[in-house]
Ligand binder design. Structure first.
Ligand code: NI
Length: 171
């Protein structure tokens, strides 16, 4: 089992811009698998490398229904090529913002270019919860959190709650 730990906001590491991965080697492959396992253990549907303190452009995701077969996806250097003009609203949460949720509006469909854990290049379209989740995770790679999409008032309220949670739970 890896010793990765999820960073809880507010934390300056979550505001950094992550660096592109130059070579998809075994270290990257292992890191992606470790990220996927910590995501499943934490009951998350997505996780970006900066959330475990690694400032690399890596994302894992599995938006499949709990009762259906797992559908793990691993992304190296994901880049959004196209965003649809129509929008969807989902209630979002984040493993780095435990117990906090807010409705966020984002483009409904996206086209993304990325490499998988074997270095194969893909260009794929995502919709529904997958489109929202992937945009949320790519935001992390750019130092952005879902609370940056809501009003300052709501954002500050959530950050204050997290500061309290961090003090009491010793994160
Ligand atoms: Ni998140």
């Amino acid at each position: 089992m890896s010793n990765l730990k999820i960073i809880i906001a507010p934390d300056p590491r979550l505001l950094e811009v992550s660096k592109p991965v130059k070579e998809v080697n075994n270290d990257i492959k292992n890191l992606l698998e470790d990220m996927l396992q910590i995501m499943y253990r934490s009951n998350g549907i997505g996780l970006a490398a900066p959330q475990v303190g690694v400032l690399k452009r890596l994302v894992v995701m599995d938006c499949s229904d709990k009762n259906t077969k797992k559908k793990p996806l691993k992304f190296v250097n994901p880049e959004i090529l196209n965003l649809s003009s129509d929008k969807s609203e989902f209630e979002e949460g984040c493993l780095s913002l435990p117990t906090q949720y807010a409705k966020v509006e984002r483009p409904s469909n996206i086209e993304v270019e990325y490499k998988d854990e074997n270095g194969n290049k893909y260009r794929k379209s995502f919709s529904g919860i997958e489109a929202t989740c992937l945009q949320h995770e790519i935001d992390h790679l750019n130092g952005k959190l879902f609370v940056d999409h809501i009003s300052k008032l709501k954002k500050n309220r959530i950050i204050k709650k997290l500061e309290k949670i961090k003090k009491t739970k010793n994160y």
